[in-house]
Design a protein around this ligand. Structure first.
Ligand SMILES: O=C(O)CCC(=O)C(=O)O
Length: 312
């Protein structure tokens, strides 16, 4: 987008406009003047061209996701909550993020994805257990709106500092994330610098292409809603054998929320093994999910800024 802006600016900008544009556009603009073609220079005084320029700037403003997010008004959708399990607590959130938020997340993340990693012996490492791509995302107005929704959902005493940088994860056919828990068993990752362990998880389905098959999220230790009713079958895979636990279908805009730790606040808390889950392999199509992880305590500013140590 910024390359497009640069080249369009080269065509449109004239010395007369410089005064106006100086207030609207970053420093790179003056250098571009030197490359403006003669053909355009000879028409610079015409009102017609001025109008074309104004329209083009308007177009660029509306088309840029980053700028659009400056104009974004945070409104929370009327999502519905369905209980899947009380112990461990697992809730299904229907319509948790809006189409506008989904489009924005998809656009801003597109150039940023890199191979996903897991928490290994020597820090974050690539693994055949997790073959997707992941990225963090800038905390713009849209992201802060989703963060606020996730915090409000968890009550009024969860602080924004407890959130890890949000993580998007993208799968194409054949990719998966093998069985794992989101809480961390290695004490090296459960430091006060990192805000302790992961208290809760949201996995939000941001994008699911029409031709997607497979790619559900399976919790092998969680009994499927019983009896499986038509209404549940929209969200869980009712063809899955009972013994395989519960598999959520990837449905755009919807989310799964669960608590990761046993025990109560203030107690020494252990990870709950029943929250083990997997991102099943996609057979066809594309899926993008969003991880929202809340830690037991505030995550250090350095981690929140750079994401790095927590990108698994
Ligand atoms: O892809 C999924 O369905 C689950 C992903 C997941 O468990 C994770 O990213 O931690």
């Amino acid at each position: 987008m910024s390359r497009l802006k640069t080249s369009v600016a080269a065509w449109l900008e004239t010395p007369e406009d410089k005064t106006i544009l100086d207030g609207m556009y970053p420093k790179a603009v003056p250098e571009i003047f030197q490359f403006r073609p003669r053909l355009v220079q000879s028409h610079t005084k015409g009102k017609f061209y001025l109008r074309v320029k104004m329209l083009a700037w308007l177009f660029l403003f509306l088309a840029s996701p980053a700028l659009a997010s400056d104009n974004f008004k945070c409104t929370h959708p009327p999502y519905r909550v369905h209980k899947v399990s009380s112990s461990p607590l697992i809730l299904y959130l229907d319509n948790f993020i809006t189409p506008q938020e989904r489009t924005h997340l998809k656009e801003v993340s597109a150039p940023r994805f890199r191979r996903s990693v897991i928490a290994g012996q020597d820090g974050a490492q690539k693994s055949s257990l997790r073959t997707s791509q992941s990225t963090d995302i800038p905390r713009d107005a849209v992201v802060q709106c989703i963060e606020q929704r996730a915090l409000d959902f968890q009550g009024f005493d969860t602080r924004s500092a407890q959130l890890e940088p949000l993580q998007l994860v993208r799968y194409t056919a054949g990719e998966h994330y093998d069985f794992h828990t989101d809480w961390l068993s290695d004490p090296r990752y459960v430091t006060s610098f990192n805000g302790g362990n992961r208290l809760s998880s949201f996995f939000v389905y941001v994008y699911v292409s029409d031709n997607t098959t497979g790619g559900g999220t399976n919790f092998p230790h969680v009994s499927p809603p019983n009896p499986k009713s038509e209404r549940w079958c929209r969200f869980v895979d009712c063809d899955e054998p009972y013994a395989r636990g519960t598999t959520f279908r990837p449905v755009e805009g919807n989310a799964i929320f669960w608590e990761n730790l046993l025990g109560r606040r203030g107690e020494k808390r252990q990870g709950d093994g029943r929250t083990e889950h997997a991102g099943l392999p996609l057979t066809t199509g594309h899926k993008i999910g969003l991880n929202i992880w809340t830690r037991q305590a505030g995550v250090s500013e350095a981690v929140r800024r750079e994401g790095g140590p927590l990108d698994f």
